[in-house]
Ligand binder design. Structure first.
Ligand code: FUC
Length: 786
C-alpha cells in the first residue's frame, strides 16, 4: 500500500515518541531483552480470579492460564479425629508430668486430623500461539510488564515489520484480553491450541472462531483422584480482515491486520455452570471494542495502584533490563529503585491476585500455578502457619483494603466447619482451625506430628479482621463482621485452654511451635508441648481485640470481664538461658537451631507485644532469638523467613539490617521476574519453588521501614537505611484511620503530611520527637519532625 506509507510512518513516529516519553515517565516496569524460557521468567497478569503467565517467545507465545478455583479435593466430615476428646486430658497430663516421649505417640494417634480428599490448587491450561511471520531476522525485542497499567507487552520486528502483543486480565469485564498488532496490513497469522497439561481435558470448537477446553481438576497426590472441580476455558478470536477458522481442535488466523483474543474461564466451584458463564462473558466482552476493554481495565487497575507512590532514588536504573539489574545487585551494585519496584510489584500482585469479588483469596502461589508447589508434600493451599498471613500483610498499610476482602470471607466460611472440629475434637464451643485450610473448609489439625497440631492457625489469620478495623476505624465492620468471628474464636479458647498445674497459667496444647522441635532437659526430642509461646501471643491478641471491641461497641460487658480475667492468667513472655525470647513454655533448646520458623517472634511482628520502647528487655531477647537463628551457617533462608527479617528489624528500628535482608530477599530468594521462591534443598524442595508470600511480606517490610503505627503512635521513617538517603512515599495507611505522605533528604525527615480519615487523635513520632495531634476527619497536618 505505497500511498498510505507516509502517513503510516508519521503515526508510527508520533507513537514511538510518545511511547518513549511514557517509558521515561514511569519507572514501574519489569522489562527484558529476551523471551521467558522458564516459568519463573514469565510475567504475571491477573484479575483476582484469572491469572496468566506470559512467556513472550517470538514465534510461539505461551499463556499459562490459571483460575483460582481450579481445586482438586472435596469437602468432608471425616477430617476430625473422633478419639481426640476422650484422650485429651490424659495426654495433657503426661506432658505436665514431663513424659514427652510417652505423650508424643498419643498425639500422633488421637490428635491429628485426617487428610481424606484434601486437594490442592492446580494449573488450568496453556494457550499456545504459533505465529507465521514474514521472512527476516528478529530485531528490537522487548518484553515488559507495566505494573502501573496492569498490562504485559511483547514487541519485536521481523524483517523490519513491527509486531506488538498486549495482554491483560480485566476485572470489570472478567476476561483475559490479548491484542496482536503489526505495522503492516495482513501480516498477523497464527494458529492457537489449548492444552490441559497433566489434567484430563478435552478441546472442542464451539464455532468458527471459538475454541474451548473442558477438564477436571483431578490428581492423586493430595486427593483421591476422583474429586475436584470441572473447568472450562473459552478462547474467542476477533480478527480485523483476514480469515479465521477452527480446524479440528485448532484455531487458525490468516492474514489479519490485527486480532483481539478474549479468554474466559470458569469452574463448577460453588455449583457454577462454567460453559454458560464463559459464553455469557465472551458475548458481553465482544460488544466492546478493544480500546474500551483496555481503557476500562486500566482505569480499574489504576484506581487501586495509584493510591501509593514511592521514590527511593536512583530512578535512572529503570533504563536497564530487570534481570540485568538483579545480576548487578548480586555483584554488589546499589539500586534503590529496584527496591521501590519490588514494593510496587507487591502491590500489583495483590491487586492482580485478590479483588473484592474474588471467590477465593491468594494461596501459596497467589492465583498463579507452576505445577511444582502442588506436587510438593505441602500442596498449593492456604497455609496458616505463616504463608497466608504474609500474603495479606500489605493489604491495609499499602492502601489496598478492598483486596483484603476474599481473605476475610474465607475466614468467615471457616466458622461452620471449625465449630464441628471444636466440638468433636476438643468438646469445646466456638470455632477452631489449625495449620492450614483449603477451598473446602478444612479445619482439623494436619496429619503429621511436628506441624499438624497448631490450634492457633485460625486465630492468627482471623487477626486480619481486627487489623482491618484498626486501619479503617469502620465500626459497622467491627460490629457486623469482625467481632462475631473474634468472639466465637475466643469462646473456643476459653473452654479449650487448661491451667498448668505447676505455674497456674492458662495454656493451649498439646501444640507445636511451627514446625520446630526441642530437647527436654533430660534429652527427649519432641515437637508437641503445652503452651508454646506463639499460642500465648495469638490468644493474648485475640483476647485484647475482644476486650477493646466490646468497649468500642459498648456491648457484652460480662463476656469482656471473663476474657479479661483469662488474659491475666496467660503465661508471660519469658527470657531463656541464652538471653533469647523463649519459644516454648520451658526453656528448651531447639532441636533445629537453624530452623526457618520463628513463630514466637510474632510477638515482635506483626503483633506489638514486644516493642523497643514498651518492653526493651524483651526486644533485646527477641533480637537474640533472631541472631541465634541467622547466625547459624546453614540458617534456612527461604523467601518468607527472609521477608520476616525485614519486618523484625524494621520493628527493632534497625534500618540497615532490614535493608540487608531486603537485598538478601532480592538476591537469594527472587527470580528474574522478581517473584520469590522457596530455595531448593530446604523444606524438602528439590527445585526453587515459587511462593508468593515473600513478595507480599517483603512489600509490607518496606512499608514498615518507612512508617509504623503500632503502640498508639504513627512513627515516621522508623527504620530508614543509609542506602535510601533521599526519597518520598505517598499514600501509606496508618492504624487509627490515617493516610500518610513522607519526604526525606540526607537521611532526615523533611516533611510529613498526615490526613485523618476518621477524626481520631494521634501521636506522631520521628526518632525521639513526638507530637500529639487532634485532627478532625478529612483534615491534614504537616510536620517536619522538629
Ligand atoms: C511450611 C513451611 C515451608 C513452606 C510450606 C508451604 O511448611 O515450613 O517452608 O513455606 O509451608
Amino acid at each position: 500500500m505505497p500511498t498510505s506509507r507516509p502517513s503510516f510512518y508519521c503515526v508510527c513516529i508520533i507513537l514511538f515518541l510518545s511511547l518513549g516519553a511514557a517509558v521515561q515517565a514511569t519507572p514501574w516496569r519489569l522489562w527484558y531483552e529476551q523471551p521467558a524460557v522458564r516459568w519463573l521468567e514469565a510475567l504475571p497478569v491477573g484479575n483476582g480470579r484469572l491469572g496468566a503467565m506470559v512467556f513472550g517467545e517470538v514465534t510461539q507465545e505461551r499463556l499459562a492460564l490459571n483460575e483460582s478455583t481450579v481445586w482438586s479435593g472435596a469437602p468432608s466430615s471425616r477430617h476430625d479425629n473422633p478419639t481426640a476428646r476422650e484422650n485429651l486430658a490424659r495426654i495433657r497430663q503426661l506432658f505436665f508430668e514431663g513424659r514427652y516421649t510417652e505423650a508424643q505417640p498419643l498425639c500422633g494417634k488421637h490428635l491429628l486430623g485426617r487428610r481424606d480428599s484434601y486437594g490442592t490448587h492446580l494449573p488450568m491450561a496453556d494457550l499456545q500461539l504459533a505465529f507465521e511471520h514474514p521472512p527476516g531476522t528478529v530485531d528490537d525485542y522487548r518484553r515488559e510488564l507495566d505494573i502501573a497499567q496492569g498490562v504485559a507487552r511483547v514487541t519485536y520486528s521481523v524483517g523490519g515489520v513491527h509486531f506488538t502483543r498486549e495482554v491483560f486480565a480485566s476485572n470489570p469485564d472478567n476476561v483475559f484480553v490479548m491484542r496482536l498488532t503489526c505495522d503492516e496490513p495482513s501480516l498477523v497469522s497464527f494458529s492457537a491450541t489449548l492444552d490441559g497439561g497433566d489434567l484430563p481435558a478435552k478441546v472442542r470448537a464451539i464455532d468458527t472462531r471459538t475454541l474451548a477446553i473442558r477438564g477436571d481438576a483431578r490428581e492423586k497426590k493430595h486427593s483421591d483422584g476422583d474429586t475436584g472441580v470441572t473447568f472450562e476455558s473459552w478462547v474467542r478470536v476477533i480478527a480485523e480482515e483476514g480469515r479465521v477458522q477452527t480446524v479440528a481442535d485448532r484455531l487458525k488466523v490468516d492474514g489479519a491486520n490485527a486480532v483481539t483474543i478474549l479468554i474466559a474461564a470458569h469452574t463448577t466451584f460453588r455449583d457454577h455452570d462454567p460453559a454458560a458463564l464463559c459464553a455469557a462473558q465472551l458475548d458481553a466482552a465482544l460488544r466492546k471494542p478493544f480500546s474500551e476493554l483496555r481503557q476500562r481495565h486500566c482505569a480499574d487497575h489504576r484506581a487501586l495502584f495509584d493510591r501509593v507512590a514511592i521514590d527511593l532514588g536512583g530512578a535512572e536504573a529503570a533504563r536497564h533490563p530487570t534481570d540485568q539489574r538483579l545480576a548487578a545487585l548480586h555483584a554488589g551494585a546499589s539500586d534503590p529503585q529496584l527496591a521501590a519496584l519490588f514494593f510496587q510489584y507487591g502491590r500489583y500482585l495483590l491487586i492482580a491476585g485478590s479483588r473484592e469479588d474474588s471467590p477465593l483469596p491468594t494461596n501459596l502461589q497467589g492465583i498463579w500455578n507452576d505445577n511444582l508447589a502442588c506436587n510438593m508434600p505441602w500442596t498449593c493451599d492456604f497455609h496458616l502457619d505463616i504463608n497466608m498471613e504474609q500474603n495479606y500483610w500489605p493489604a491495609e498499610m499499602c492502601n489496598l483494603s478492598e483486596c483484603h476482602e476474599p481473605l476475610l470471607r474465607l475466614v468467615e466460611s471457616l466458622r461452620e466447619p471449625g465449630r464441628r472440629t471444636a466440638r468433636v475434637m476438643y468438646g469445646a464451643k466456638g470455632w477452631v482451625c489449625h495449620v492450614f485450610t483449603n477451598a473446602w473448609g478444612y479445619t482439623a489439625p494436619g496429619w503429621g506430628l511436628g506441624w499438624g497440631i497448631h490450634p492457633t492457625g485460625g486465630i492468627w489469620i482471623a487477626s486480619d479482621f481486627w487489623e482491618r478495623y484498626r486501619f479503617t476505624g469502620d465500626k459497622d465492620f467491627l460490629a457486623e463482621r469482625a467481632y462475631p468471628v473474634l468472639r466465637e474464636a475466643a469462646e473456643f479458647f476459653l473452654e479449650y485452654m487448661v491451667e498448668h498445674p505447676k505455674y497456674g497459667w492458662l495454656v493451649t496444647g498439646p501444640a507445636v511451635s511451627p514446625e520446630n522441635a526441642f530437647f527436654t532437659a533430660d534429652g527427649q526430642r519432641c515437637s508437641e508441648s503445652m503452651g508454646p509461646t506463639c499460642d500465648r501471643v495469638l490468644v493474648y491478641d485475640l483476647f485484647t481485640a475482644c476486650i477493646e471491641a466490646t468497649e468500642i461497641l459498648g456491648i457484652d460487658g460480662e463476656f469482656r470481664a471473663t476474657v479479661r480475667a483469662a488474659r491475666e492468667r496467660l503465661a508471660p513472655l519469658q527470657i531463656g538461658k541464652h538471653g533469647q525470647l523463649q519459644e516454648w513454655l520451658e526453656d528448651f533448646d531447639e532441636a533445629v537451631p537453624n530452623h526457618r520458623h520463628t513463630t514466637h517472634l510474632i510477638a515482635l511482628h506483626p503483633s506489638e507485644q514486644i516493642t523497643l520502647r514498651g518492653t526493651p528487655e524483651l526486644a533485646r531477647a527477641a533480637r537474640v532469638a533472631i541472631e541465634r537463628r541467622t547466625g547459624q551457617a546453614n540458617w534456612e533462608d527461604v523467601e518468607w523467613s527472609r521477608a520476616n527479617l525485614i519486618n523484625f528489624y524494621a520493628r527493632l528500628e534497625e534500618g540497615d539490617e532490614a535493608h540487608t535482608h531486603l537485598l538478601g530477599l532480592l538476591r537469594e530468594d527472587s527470580d528474574t521476574n522478581l517473584l520469590t521462591f522457596s530455595r531448593a534443598g530446604i523444606a524438602g524442595a528439590q527445585h526453587n519453588i515459587f511462593s508468593i508470600d515473600g513478595n507480599y511480606a517483603g512489600t509490607a517490610g518496606i512499608a514498615e521501614m518507612l512508617l509504623q503505627s503500632h503502640s498508639n503512635e504513627i512513627s515516621l521513617l522508623p527504620a530508614l537505611p543509609a542506602g535510601w538517603p533521599s526519597g518520598a512515599v505517598r499514600g501509606l495507611r496508618a492504624r487509627g484511620g490515617f493516610e500518610v505522605d513522607i519526604e526525606w533528604d540526607n537521611g532526615k525527615l523533611t516533611m510529613a503530611t498526615i490526613r485523618s480519615l476518621r477524626g481520631q487523635p494521634c501521636r506522631i513520632r520521628y526518632g525521639e520527637a513526638t507530637l500529639n495531634a487532634s485532627l478532625s476527619a478529612n483534615k491534614t497536618l504537616q510536620w517536619d519532625g522538629r
